[in-house]
Design a binder for this molecule. Structure first.
Ligand SMILES: [Fe+2]
Ligand SMILES: [Fe+2]
Length: 279
């Protein structure tokens, strides 16, 4: 089988190793989607992205290893999130988003860390496009950093955080050179991610990424940290919170999009009830 070398053209690499796109993407070489860059050699592409010679050698090793291993092998269900680690590109997005979250709601850093962990798990279990879901979970609430009104339950604040968030999300995704065609989709998701609060249910039921995102965002309310934070924000008692978790209109109007999110949610609710001795 043909070996990949520094002089191999990017267009050629994809023929040798069908998984190369993903590996290169993880390394931040998002230019693989661009027809112009396809005529560059691997080395040219890497150097343009500021990689050192040592990094390039390592990457070539990885590309050749994967191509050998993958020959004739059935693709795993989730090859996206390898070994529970999130892709480098998502880490970059998270690093750029963090400073915004530090200025956002008190729970935001924990909220997003939990989102990343849980979305990663869901992507391993279900056929969901993580290249859309992960950036969406990482970026969806960045807009709170721009809002001085701390009354987070107000509908105006919710609208505002979506609009502001979409602008920041675009900036961050461009900065990490995320694939162009995906940026618009993710930015759109951010701009409407809470629009169920304004009566939009249909889109969540028709779009698996958005629906799964909504499952996760709702599920946060049942997590140990989320439960008490949301209780404070909405000024509810523990009993009202349990009622909300068991009877909220989400369960009917935007039913869980996957079996995994449904199962996870039920477990969280069970745990919260146990904690509060609500049998
Ligand atoms: Fe939000
Ligand atoms: Fe959220």
């Amino acid at each position: 089988m043909k070996k990949i070398t520094p002089k191999t053209k990017l267009s050629e690499i994809l023929k040798i190793n069908p998984d190369a796109a993903e590996i290169l993407f993880e390394e931040g070489l998002s230019c693989i989607g661009c027809p112009m860059a396809m005529q560059e050699t691997l080395e040219e592409g890497c150097l343009a992205h500021g990689m050192s010679k040592k990094d390039i050698v390592k990457l070539i090793g990885e590309l050749n290893k994967k191509s050998e291993k993958k020959k004739g092998e059935v693709k795993e269900k989730s090859e996206i999130v390898r070994g529970n680690k999130i892709k480098k590109i998502y880490n970059k997005v998270w690093e750029l988003a963090k400073p915004y979250y530090e200025k956002g709601r008190p729970m935001d850093i924990d909220h997003i860390k939990w989102h990343i962990k849980t979305a990663t798990l869901v992507c391993q279990e279900e056929e969901i496009d993580d290249t859309l879901l992960l950036p969406l979970v990482i970026l969806h609430d960045v807009g709170y950093s721009k809002i001085s009104d701390k009354n987070y339950s107000k509908i105006d604040v919710r609208k505002l955080h979506m609009g502001e968030g979409a602008k920041i999300a675009r900036k961050i995704l461009k900065k990490v050179k995320y694939p162009f065609e995906k940026i618009e989709k993710i930015v759109y998701y951010v701009s409407i991610h809470d629009s169920w609060a304004m009566g939009n249910n249909k889109e969540y039921n028709e779009d698996l990424v958005l629906g799964t995102f909504n499952d996760l965002d709702f599920m946060w309310t049942a997590t140990p940290r989320g439960f008490y934070e949301i209780m404070k924000i909405f000024n509810k008692t523990p009993k009202e919170m349990i009622d909300f978790l068991e009877k909220d209109e989400k369960l009917e109007k935007r039913p869980f999009s996957t079996l995994t999110t449904k199962k996870l949610y039920n477990q969280y609710v069970k745990d919260r009830k146990k904690e509060l001795k609500w049998h």
